[in-house]
Design a protein. Structure first.
Length: 138
């Protein structure tokens, strides 16, 4: 839900929800985008599930959660979920495969760069202006 645009996307979510915020925000980037994910979630009942930190660690204080965001913050590690709650993991995977089979979910298309554009692709990746997968082709 939150990408490299961070706060801009949080503002968009708030606009689309008439300021209420999203019931569920899936955060896979971490770093600077965690703040935007917290801001995009509905106060008191909204949940932010953090399942990745490709953008690095982010500091969230008790004060932030109690006075600023007031959301449910959940950390999810798939490996630990498989070990601790294999039935829940199985249920989640079954639902995901059903969504894939019916076409509700599907793989995203990569942004394609020509091999000569490799430096441009790396620069955009480093600047965190890309979304999804990148592919270099001859």
């Amino acid at each position: 839900m939150i990408d490299s645009r961070g706060t801009d996307l949080a503002a968009e979510v708030l606009r689309l929800t008439q300021g209420a915020g999203a019931d569920l925000v899936l955060e896979s980037v971490g770093g600077a985008t965690l703040e935007a994910s917290l801001a995009a979630a509905k106060r008191v009942t909204g949940r932010v599930v953090v399942y990745g930190l490709a953008g690095g660690e982010a500091a969230v204080t008790n004060w932030d959660l109690v006075y600023r965001h007031q959301v449910h913050l959940v950390g999810l590690n798939i490996g630990i979920l498989i070990q601790s709650a294999p039935r829940i993991f199985g249920d989640v995977m079954a639902e995901m495969f059903q969504l894939l089979a019916t076409g509700v979910l599907g793989p995203g298309q990569p942004t394609i760069y020509g091999l000569a554009e490799g430096p441009k692709a790396l620069a955009e990746l480093e600047a965190r202006t890309t979304v999804g997968k990148l592919a270099l082709v001859p």
